[in-house]
Design a protein around this ligand. Sequence first.
Ligand SMILES: Cc1ncc(COP(=O)(O)O)c(C=O)c1O
Length: 385
Amino acid sequence: MRLSSRLPPAFDPNALTAALTRLRSEGREILDLTLSNPTCCGFAYPEAEIRAALSQPAVLAYDPDPCGSAPAREAIAAHHGHGLGAEDLLLTASTSEGYGLLFKLLGDPGDEVLVPSPSYPLFDWLARLEGLVARTVPSYFHERWHLDLGALEAALSPRTRAVVVVNPNNPTGHFLSKPEWAGLTALCARQGLALLVDEVFGDYALEPPADCLASALLDPDPPCPVFLLSGLSKVAALPQLKLGWIALRGPGAAEHRSALAFLADQYLSVSAPVQAAASTLLALAPGVREQVRARLHRNLAALDTRLAAEPRLSRLPVEGGWSVLLRRPALDADEACALRLLESGSTLVHPGSFFDLPGDGHLVLSLLTPEGSFREGLGRILPII
Ligand SMILES: Cc1ncc(COP(=O)(O)O)c(C=O)c1O
């Protein structure tokens, strides 16, 4: 039987994942400097309060609203502020599901979305699985990352339906600047495009420049339709609870929300327990976010101390997010370097190529890694990069 052509031709792991599986099966202890799952990073969650929130009587009630329960939306609107109301939101089971709904909303099979790169690698598949094509448009680095608005405009085709930006970006940490926001929204308005803004890392500004756009919601009246995506996975460091959301702004927002509600109604995928617990989970979140932020700063400081003694290596500024880009002399391909660090240094890092970084010379490290492991991993890899 033939399967859908939207799927990959094979499900083979890439060379790095295959090597990791083999080394672990041989009993090798690997230090993982790519950890992005906060539940495995040693943070102290308010466990009793989380459990209590998930076992209130309301978790047993089923009264589905395709937009998500009003109390949960009110709590999310209050978390964001900037004039957002419960009526501007639609809940999803995750940010990834939010992309699926938005791609169904915006495009017909064969239509395109533009994604400034480097960026989160899942977009390619999320788009393909909805029959769309994600076209990457390189951003450039000059003292900081910049969107290439001219290149975005040049990449438009009659089939382009939307632009997807991540603010701050994963893995570059780049926050859109206010001029970039003005240029991007004007471009989308001129060309009749939607703008999807993924702000899952919005609460994690580390070294933000003065002109950065802390949130797309600071613009109360954008000239194009804006769909902001976020969720508990980063806002509360609770990816396992599966709650994301889409906030709508700009022309047509009310009609777009009705259409999204129709799409969401076909699945009703957001669980009643997480919706009942949402306001408590958001109220508890600042304590965990503080721990995450402290970890990110301490790991970055530890990296800077080590890099001061390694003139061959440097790092790019980390405006926000959970990752840092390490720059190295590109004597071999980034993927070959990552394989070498795994085999010889028993340490896992991601090559820049996994995120479409241009050329070679970048490795991506997660600043979420527990501090002892991060320092030990640096000690293992920096001398052999
Ligand atoms: C930029 C970005 N967007 C979305 C997601 C997925 O978030 P969720 O767990 O809510 O699907 C991730 C996960 O790391 C991410 O990095």
